[in-house]
Design a protein around this ligand. Structure first.
Ligand SMILES: *[C@@H]1O[C@H](CO)[C@@H](O)[C@H](O)[C@H]1NC(C)=O
Ligand SMILES: *[C@@H]1O[C@H](CO)[C@@H](O)[C@H](O)[C@H]1NC(C)=O
Ligand SMILES: *[C@@H]1O[C@H](CO)[C@@H](O)[C@H](O)[C@H]1NC(C)=O
Ligand SMILES: *[C@@H]1O[C@H](CO)[C@@H](O)[C@H](O)[C@H]1NC(C)=O
Ligand SMILES: *[C@@H]1O[C@H](CO)[C@@H](O)[C@H](O)[C@H]1NC(C)=O
Ligand SMILES: *[C@@H]1O[C@H](CO)[C@@H](O)[C@H](O)[C@H]1NC(C)=O
Ligand SMILES: *[C@@H]1O[C@H](CO)[C@@H](O)[C@H](O)[C@H]1NC(C)=O
Length: 855
């Protein structure tokens, strides 16, 4: 058999990083190339997780005094939420402003300046005592800045700030990091990248008639950059400009959030006139959010996004449009409001752009004043009733929000204030966290194998606690000044407590149910409706809206889960929506009850179809499809949401099946906070979770997404062998499925432990790949385990082999050829995709994309 095409490799071929190549000044070339710098401050040469190269910063430092007043340092703690070790684990510490960065520039263009900060302890310096300003050629970018306070308020591990500086022609760009009195400054990464002039058009000043704002002599800070109605677009997929585009979901206001769509694959979306890929990549224009199919409903609401911003600044809102559904002028016409003022009456995208599938953008400027401490930017769309269009609807494909320097050449705002909710949660955690040394000994005792019950119980308690510490941070976008709705909405209502706050918080994200709705849906929590019992409490089957089946999780009255955790959880869960994740429909908080309402999964858990069951065995194909579905759910958690979300408790009882046997991953938020620590729960937990736990986690105390990969590898073997992951009734060497399956694989005896129901039906090639990928997932070192994208690709390939053994040879040869060049990779993708349009089956790489967008 030929080797399987490695998707990771294909992905790398597709991205070119020409922008990052570093040119030494003085190289003679007829047309001087613009210089760009990607520096890992205080670090060495390195490559980040996206494959970008970072170089040391040393030779760009220049001191006015005799000696360099800075020092290089390494972070004393690695937050599992860091997207990459480079550039975050190293920093340069500044004790005085006498040393600064100097970058020779030979470009007439604007420059992106990106600053990366990871507030950790360096050289025993407390990050919370660091305050500093950053000035670049006279423009103040940050002032009295605390990266630690900012990261805490936004519940992020690191802070990324992006600025667009005015052209300086040939000369030096000076970047000074000036510590406040008695303090120190630090920075982890700096990028200086020449950028095309995307701000040459004046922006219409909202509320000032025909006045416009000329942006050519202004410095700007990127506040938000959203792919409206679409998925996260990674920097290396942004046409060489290395911008990240985020999902708009967290910024939508209200319960009416419209619908998302994706352009038909056959429709050619093409740049025209001065809209080029410099403005936004085509992926932004290929997806959109519209109001919905019902004109009468649309007439009654505004499709609204809300952004937290700093007061006393002018902002530019850039709206990206591409009409790919309705081809005619005056078919879809709408008004655009910014901060409750009409920014644009009768927007007609077809009239503007000249036709279907043509990208277009518009800039609007608005000044934000100081309003009771809560300073927001509202962007709202509403059908233009006065134009009497054919449909009452509106469309938006992308949105960027930039802050413009004020008259003092300043872009800096105050540090955000961490919400009370976060501060309280943190205090609670401190009380519970066991001391490090105790944990260390426990871990040491257990790592060797399956240990006695008492130790295991303690361990799981620890794991659960550790999970709390990680918080819900990963869901938040690192770019915005004030995160998402998180700190925002609690700011509006002040003290977060009780139902009314929660209703505000979750409004628009999910539904609020009254306790009487819930009681009538479950016949007053009748025991006959109980379908499961977990640490959180009981799970009931119920109905809402006169018939829709739902699963209702009722918190145990004695549950330790506090109101704050409950709220955080709802916020996090309601932002995550995917075909292969169990969706949160709503919640109820009344009379001290804390209740979550989920989609009902008619076919229960994956486990109950594998063993210790009377249910008919699943076919091999069904099992593969279920694994693929679950892998897609995890893929979304790891890569599709704004930041990696680690599930932490992947197992067959957390993979649920709906009435059509579609696999959905569940409990991804609850694993963080939903545990009670009572004995019964812990011991029921142990059986399931213990056999799935990543051994590296014990050694290094670091939870990464590769811990999920390990657990998923165990799931793959469990599905293949249909036996419990820990079975103490078996001989010692067979107790742990993970160990035993790897042992059998090495010995070449894996076939002996395959579920007899499916053994004869598995195509040998398919089995080989399946076992290989499952085995790789169980690699001892996280770094040797494949990414979830890799796993998914291989499982899809397996399914193809199983379904269509004859056709495989062709696909395989082609895929191997595709290694050679970038163009070959593209052509094979398209060819395979086209070939399979008729059937439901798709090329693995292709279906991943479709799935990712079709949420
Ligand atoms: C940058 O710093 C150098 C000396 O360190 C100075 O000569 C130059 O004028 C500065 N450039 C700007 C634009 O401030
Ligand atoms: C970039 O886009 C390609 C295809 O559009 C996709 O396969 C790949 O996963 C994306 N890469 C990242 C890092 O998002
Ligand atoms: C904005 O300006 C007003 C008036 O000058 C001032 O009172 C207020 O403190 C400023 N707000 C911020 C956040 O700087
Ligand atoms: C816009 O109007 C809404 C209510 O319609 C109000 O809550 C909000 O504060 C207003 N926003 C601004 C910026 O005036
Ligand atoms: C939409 O927003 C505008 C501006 O804030 C407001 O005047 C209008 O009443 C809103 N319409 C609806 C239906 O909420
Ligand atoms: C930003 O700074 C430039 C250069 O000093 C100045 O011309 C411009 O007016 C400033 N922008 C605003 C909105 O004040
Ligand atoms: C600096 O920021 C901190 C925290 O936000 C604040 O308490 C302090 O007053 C600020 N100091 C100055 C001089 O602005």
């Amino acid at each position: 058999m030929k080797s399987i095409p490695n998707p990771l490799f294909l992905a790398l071929c597709c991205c070119s990083f020409t922008i990052n190549t570093f040119h030494v000044l003085g190289e003679i070339s007829p047309q001087p190339q613009p210089l760009s710098y990607v520096l890992s401050c205080g670090g060495n040469d390195g490559t980040d997780s996206d494959g970008r190269k970072w170089i040391p910063d040393q030779k760009f430092l220049s001191s006015s005094g005799k000696k360099d007043s800075t020092e290089a340092a390494t972070a004393q703690f690695q937050d599992p939420l860091l997207p990459s070790l480079v550039p975050y684990m190293n920093a340069r510490i500044f004790r005085s402003p006498s040393t600064s960065y100097k970058f020779p520039v030979v470009s007439e263009s604007r420059l992106w300046l990106r600053l990366h900060f990871y507030p950790a302890t360096y050289n025993n310096l407390d990050p919370f005592s660091s305050y500093f300003s950053v000035v670049a050629n006279g423009v103040t970018l940050l002032k009295n800045f605390s990266a630690a306070i900012t990261a805490k308020a936004l519940t992020q591990a690191y802070i990324l700030r992006e600025f667009s500086l005015m052209p300086i022609g040939t000369g030096d760009l000076n970047v000074t990091i000036a510590p406040s009195k008695e303090s120190f400054g630090f920075i982890n990464g700096i990028e200086v990248i020449p950028m095309p002039d995307i701000f040459h058009q004046p922006a219409a000043f909202v509320g000032y008639g025909d006045q416009t704002l000329d942006l050519r002599s202004s410095a700007l800070q990127t506040m938000f950059r959203l792919n409206v109605g679409g998925q996260f677009i990674a920097p290396n997929n942004d046409s060489g400009l290395t911008r990240a585009w985020y999902d708009d979901m967290p910024y939508l206001f209200g319960s009416a959030i419209g619908v998302t769509s994706q352009a038909d694959k056959k429709l050619n979306i093409e740049y025209k006139a001065d809209v080029t890929e410099d403005i936004a990549p085509l992926d932004v224009y290929r997806t959109a959010r519209t109001m919905g199919p019902d004109s009468n409903v649309n007439k009654k609401y505004n499709l609204t996004w809300i952004f937290e911003v700093d007061a006393n600044f002018t902002y530019v809102v850039r709206l990206h449009f591409c009409e790919y559904l309705l081809p005619r002028v005056n078919e879809r016409v709408f008004d655009i409001f910014i901060n409750n003022q009409t920014a644009q009456p009768a927007a007609d995208v077809i009239a503007w752009s000249g036709g279907k599938g043509i990208p277009f953008y518009k800039d609007y400027a608005a000044y934000v004043t100081d309003g009771q401490g809560a300073d927001k930017m509202w962007v709202a769309l509403h059908p233009s009733e006065s134009m009497k269009p054919e449909v009452y609807d509106a469309i938006l494909n992308g949105l960027e929000l930039f802050k413009v320097n004020d008259t003092n050449q300043n872009l800096a705002g105050p540090n955000p204030v961490p919400s009370e909710m976060l501060t309280n949660a943190e205090a609670e955690e401190k009380q519970f966290t066991p001391s490090g040394s105790k944990v260390g000994t426990l871990i040491g005792g257990v790592a060797g194998g399956v240990a006695s019950c008492a130790i295991v119980v303690a361990l799981v308690v620890f794991v659960k606690k550790k999970q709390r510490n990680d918080g819900s941070s990963k869901t938040i976008n690192p770019l915005p000044v004030y995160g998402s709705s998180h700190s925002g909405k609690s700011g509006t209502t002040g003290k977060p407590h009780g139902g009314s706050h929660l209703m505000n918080l979750a409004a628009g994200l999910c539904r609020h149910f009254s306790l009487s709705d819930i009681k009538s849906g479950t016949k007053n929590f009748n025991e006959s409706h109980v379908i499961g019992v977990g640490g959180f409490g009981k799970v009931y089957k119920g109905t809402i809206d006169g018939g829709t089946k739902v699963a209702i999780k009722r918190s145990n009255p004695s549950s330790e889960q506090g109101v704050h955790e409950f709220q955080t959880e709802i916020e996090m869960l309601s932002k995550l929506r995917h075909r292969h994740l169990v969706s949160l429909i709503g919640f109820c908080e009344e009379d001290g009850e804390m209740i979550l309402v989920y989609d009902y999964m008619a076919n229960g858990t994956l486990r109950e179809h594998l063993y210790h069951t009377n249910k008919p065995p699943l076919s091999w194909k069904q099992r593969l499809e279920i694994c693929i579905g679950a892998a897609r759910g995890l893929h979304y958690l790891h890569t599709g949401a704004r930041h990696t979300i680690i599930h932490r408790d992947v197992k067959t009882t957390n993979i649920l099946l709906d009435e059509n046997w579609v696999a959905k991953v569940s409990d991804f938020g609850l694993s963080k906070t939903g545990s009670t620590l009572d004995e019964t729960h812990v011991s029921t937990m142990v059986k399931g979770s213990f056999g799935y736990l990543d051994p590296e986690y014990f050694r290094r105390q670091q939870l990464t997404e590769k811990s999920d990969i390990y657990s998923f590898g165990v799931v793959l073997f469990e599905v293949l062998c249909a036996r419990p992951v820990l079975d103490s009734s078996l001989p010692k060497e067979q107790v742990s499925l993970a160990d035993y399956a790897q042992h059998c694989q090495r010995k070449g005896t894996l076939h002996q432990i395959i579920d007899p129901h499916i053994k004869e039906k598995i195509n040998p090639e398919c089995l080989k790949i399946y076992a290989e990928v499952a085995g790789k997932c169980l690699s001892d070192q996280g770094i040797d385990r494949p990414s979830i994208g890799d796993v998914l690709w291989n499982l899809e390939f397996c399914l193809q082999l199983q379904e269509n053994p004859g056709g495989v040879q062709v696909a395989e040869d082609k895929a191997n050829d595709a290694y050679d060049t970038h163009t070959a990779t593209i052509s094979i993708d398209e060819e395979m995709a086209n070939k399979e349009v008729g059937s439901n089956r798709m090329n693995p790489v292709f279906s991943m994309l479709v799935d990712a967008k079709g949420r």
